[in-house]
Design a protein around this ligand. Structure first.
Ligand SMILES: [Zn+2]
Length: 186
């Protein structure tokens, strides 16, 4: 799945209960951060060596941050920084694993290659999770899932009074919610 879908899914998991702002942010980020190794490309561009960045991305995407040990690292971070520790740590782990599931369902490349998840990397590198029915990144199920997640996110923002913008700015978020509520008075 693309980062936007992962982000929205993480946000929805963060909203299954009434968590505080920071706890919601931790759960949401756990759903999207495994793909932050795309930053390798930016690093490559920054060092004017884009080829190396892309090479590293190709080699290590879905490996470095897509295994249970990275998930446990996220859980420990969630535990350290959250307020509702038990629930937030659990939801961080859930959010991370839903990301992996999303990739297993829909990570097929344009050339038909199936993405596999090295769940026990780097301890047992031959354990690979994959699904033969895996659809492509831009296939219609992803469009439907993304649209549904977006609608649910907007509904929650309208109803609860905060949107994912809240992670980055409380003030900007209030403007978003005010605009939503004036467009759809309830
Ligand atoms: Zn991923």
């Amino acid at each position: 799945m693309n980062p936007a879908t992962h982000f929205l899914t993480g946000w929805l998991i963060a909203n299954v209960d009434h968590l505080e702002r920071r706890d919601r942010a931790l759960v949401t980020l756990a759903g999207v951060i495994p793909d932050a190794d795309g930053l390798g490309i930016l690093t490559g561009i920054a060092s004017q060596d884009q080829g190396a960045g892309l090479y590293l991305y190709g080699q290590y995407h879905h490996v470095l941050a897509h295994n249970v040990f990275f998930g446990l690292l996220l859980a420990a971070t969630g535990y350290a920084f959250s307020k509702k520790k038990g629930l937030t740590t659990f939801l961080v782990l859930l959010s991370f694993h839903i990301h992996l599931l999303g990739d297993i369902l829909s990570g097929r490349g344009p050339d038909g290659t199936i993405w596999t998840i090295s769940y026990l990397f780097p301890v047992l590198t031959d354990v690979q999770l994959s699904w033969s029915g895996q659809w492509e990144l831009n296939a219609w199920p992803n469009v439907v899932i993304t649209a549904a997640a977006l609608l649910l996110t907007l509904y929650l923002a309208w109803r609860r009074g905060f949107s994912p913008v809240n992670i980055f700015s409380v003030k900007a978020d209030q403007a978003v919610v005010a605009a939503l509520r004036s467009r759809f008075p309830g």
